[in-house]
Ligand binder design. Structure first.
Ligand code: NA7
Length: 537
């Protein structure tokens, strides 16, 4: 029984999204006894939590799916960028194929954990008082496991409906004919605005930083065209891992000013028209390194976007002539009608950098200029204590009893973005100092997952009971992560990549910016060189 108290297992995985399921499936095949603890009620991770209006993945399929043939051979998508309902169906299909749920305890939130040296096992405690013992602890909690709320006075006073995007009621909220406020213009805020504008009376977007949105270019997919492509899938999934971000495209081997102005314009046009992240991740190779090159891309983006916005006031807030930050150093959202719906007179954007919110009242939101705007529904699309928040929130302690939240208080230290000194036999994926935010999720978890699986297998084969990262390896990894990032334009922008969205959080690069292939090489080198950077016993 997965829900038993005093559960004993070889591998305890936390999180039943893309990462946790992958680990479970592959480790089971190797004969390990595995269990998953999952705080939610079903499989899918972020797609279990995300059911806000318009929730949709903005990496296209088949890039955004498992490379496992037993999953893709008889699965078909209806759209290039599927919405949450279809992604949930995908996870139902995954369940049918892999029979994961029988070993998952849902509604199970981990609140404590320490490594017991005498038994060489993790002792894990849950919110409702259960305990589990496991040789290995694998964290697959994703980068968005801890919600972030604005610290505005009065949030609890609002008499209408107010929800964080990742805790939207599963049965939905009827927004027909209602006045909606959307707080935040990350990918989530943009999606909620577009979707609710279809039926709401009005949508008011509260923007702190303009999002440099790119066209989604949604497309309906037929079963026939997908079936035809499937013979190429094995190669396609191999190629996916050879690109910087684990996509089907990559930066081009030219710098921005290698091209003539005409060539450049045509190149930008094409990338922009193709949609998705092409204008970002398949741009010139100096886009994220060179200020002048970046400005050139920004100016193109601003020209394109400003032309779509009819009201000059809205235009200057949404797509200012001066860039709010270097293009692509914050995550561009993908849009279809965001600017068009804001052109309508009933919809508006409020610049809350110029006029910050002072309080939420029973009926609406008051800004520093004294204006009170009244609403029926407030959507908080204010994001997450991204990348590190989830792991710091689980009550994990190192071998000396120090909490992870304490260890990472002044900054983040990991080895290879998968292990921490003082946390033996624990690995994590899609988290701090891995390729996480700079990569396609499924690509990242398969690269990291395979490494973790191969490592655990090696430990079993060599009868090793204990593995821990060295402090030196952590220092070295942190140095690499910082150096790679310092060459780019990322550090100059306040973003969640840099920990800058949470008040008081140390400012540092939380992601590995060297690209997936280099990352994988680093990890494989360690494994192949006798687990360099680790001590074993
Ligand atoms: P994001 O990308 O972190 O966006 C959060 C948005 O909320 C962003 O526009 C923030 O403005 C804004 N925000 C956050 N806190 C506040 C406060 N206190 N006041 C006003 N505005 C605030 O989260 P998402 O959920 O959209 O997306 C998360 C990731 O999921 C996304 O990047 C994809 O990888 C998938 P800011 O830009 O910080 O000025």
């Amino acid at each position: 029984d997965t829900y038993e108290n005093n559960l004993e297992t070889d591998v305890l995985i936390v999180g039943a999204g893309f990462g946790g399921i992958y680990l479970m499936h592959k480790l089971r095949q190797l004969g390990f006894k595995c269990k998953i603890y999952e705080a939610g009620k079903s499989l899918g991770g972020i797609w279990h939590w995300n059911c806000y209006p318009g929730a949709r993945v903005d990496s296209q399929v088949p890039v955004y799916e498992y490379s496992l043939p037993e999953i893709w051979e008889d699965w078909t998508w209806s759209e290039r960028y599927p919405g949450f309902a279809e992604l949930r169906k995908y996870f139902d299909h995954v369940e049918k194929k892999l029979d994961i749920k029988k070993d998952v305890a849902f509604d199970t939130r981990v609140t404590s954990g320490h490594f017991d040296k005498p038994s060489s096992k993790w002792i894990i405690g849950t919110e409702d008082g259960r305990t589990a013992k496991s040789r290995y602890l694998l964290l697959a909690t994703g980068f968005a496991a801890k919600r972030h709320f604005p610290d505005w006075p009065g949030l609890d006073k609002f008499k209408g409906e107010i929800h964080h995007s990742s805790f939207w009621p599963n049965e939905g909220v009827d927004v027909t004919g209602k006045r909606i406020a959307v707080i935040g213009t990350g990918s989530t805020g943009i999606q909620i605005s577009m979707e609710t504008s279809k039926t709401a009376k009005s949508v008011t977007v509260y923007q702190r930083t303009a999002n440099l949105c790119l066209p989604l270019q949604q497309k309906q997919l037929t079963a026939e065209e997908q079936q035809k492509r499937k013979e190429k899938y094995p190669k396609f999934f191999e190629d996916r891992l050879t690109t910087f971000a684990g996509f089907q495209y990559d930066f081009v081997e030219r710098n921005t000013f290698d091209d003539t102005p005409e060539e450049r314009e045509a190149f930008y046009e094409e990338r922009f028209a193709n949609g998705g992240f092409e204008f970002w991740l398949a741009n010139y190779k100096d886009l994220l390194f060179d200020k002048k090159a970046n400005r050139e891309a920004y100016d193109f983006w601003a020209r394109k976007t400003r032309a779509r916005i009819t009201d000059p006031r809205k235009r200057d807030i949404l797509a200012p002539l001066e860039p709010p930050h270097a293009f692509g150093t914050k995550r561009p959202a993908l849009e279809t009608n965001f600017y068009d719906m804001l052109n309508r007179p009933e919809n508006d954007v409020v610049d809350i950098k110029a006029t910050p919110v002072v309080e939420v009242t029973e009926t609406g939101i008051k800004t520093a200029d004294g204006t009170l705007r009244e609403f029926d529904v407030i959507a908080l699309a204010t994001g997450f204590d991204s990348v590190t928040g989830g792991m710091k929130n689980m009550g994990l302690k190192d071998v000396d009893g120090v909490e992870l939240s304490e260890k990472w208080k002044m900054g983040t230290w990991t080895n290879l973005g998968m292990s921490c000194n003082g946390y033996p036999n624990m690995f994590f994926l899609y988290g701090a100092q891995g390729p996480t935010a700079f990569s396609n999720g499924p690509s990242c978890v398969e690269v990291q997952g395979d490494w973790i699986i191969d490592t655990i297998k090696k430990l079993r084969d060599e009868d090793i009971k204990y593995i821990d990262s060295t402090k030196e390896a952590e220092e070295e990894w942190r140095r690499k992560v910082t150096e790679l990032s310092d060459k780019t334009l990322f550090p100059g922008t306040s973003s969640w990549y840099m920990g800058a969205n949470i008040p008081g959080k140390p400012r540092e690069q939380l992601n590995y910016a060297g690209g997936l292939p280099l990352y994988e090489k680093e990890c494989r080198d360690s494994l192949n060189n006798g687990l360099q950077g680790f001590v074993t016993a």
